[in-house]
Write a protein that binds this ligand. Sequence first.
Ligand code: ADP
Length: 202
Amino acid sequence: MRDAVRLSLGEGSTILFMVGDITKQDTDAIVNAANSSLMGGGGVDGAIHRAGGAAILDACKQIVAERGPLPAGQAVSTTGGKLPAGFVIHTVGPVWHGGSQQEPQALASCYRESLRVADQLQLVSVAFPSISTGVYGYPVTKAAPVAVGTCAENLPQCRRVREVRFILFDEQTFDAYVGAAEKLLHETGQAKSRYSIEKIQI
Ligand code: ADP
């Protein structure tokens, strides 16, 4: 059993927050914080390719051969290979340059586009890592409200997707995301009274 936090958005849409390793998630898809080459790398990208095996890289190579490198903010899907998740949705987060180069817009686009791809695939559950807050240097306290806010806005509009899970690698990142969820609830509390947040064991 693990401590988790559940943000309910009403009408069956939920966002779950927990500390963990995204490669172990049994959601319909997991999202990869990839780089534009889609050739794998360090951090969560390396972990996903290692755990999922060569089929993921083969599919990525084919995508790049067809359409070229993936720009920041866009998303594409491949098989999940040997992962418990059936699909990997690869998205490219922005590199942090201080915040004045459209980084929040590009980061929001990563979450929005990944959800759109998942919905097109008719998936119900999607797990996200904390995109851009590792090697790409986006401060986690700034990234968390963008990530949570974008998912809270877009998830209820999906036709199929009902559950977003944020799988955060360490406590500090988890605290930042839960803090962003609490703030969102507080800020929209009056207008969106169907939002609620609770601690759960999963
Ligand atoms: P980026 O290049 O987008 O910054 P990173 O992989 O460097 O991507 O880091 C993004 C986040 O993913 C960081 O918070 C990092 O700690 C986390 N991370 C690394 N490995 C895993 C994993 N196996 N599961 C979930 N999160 C992970």
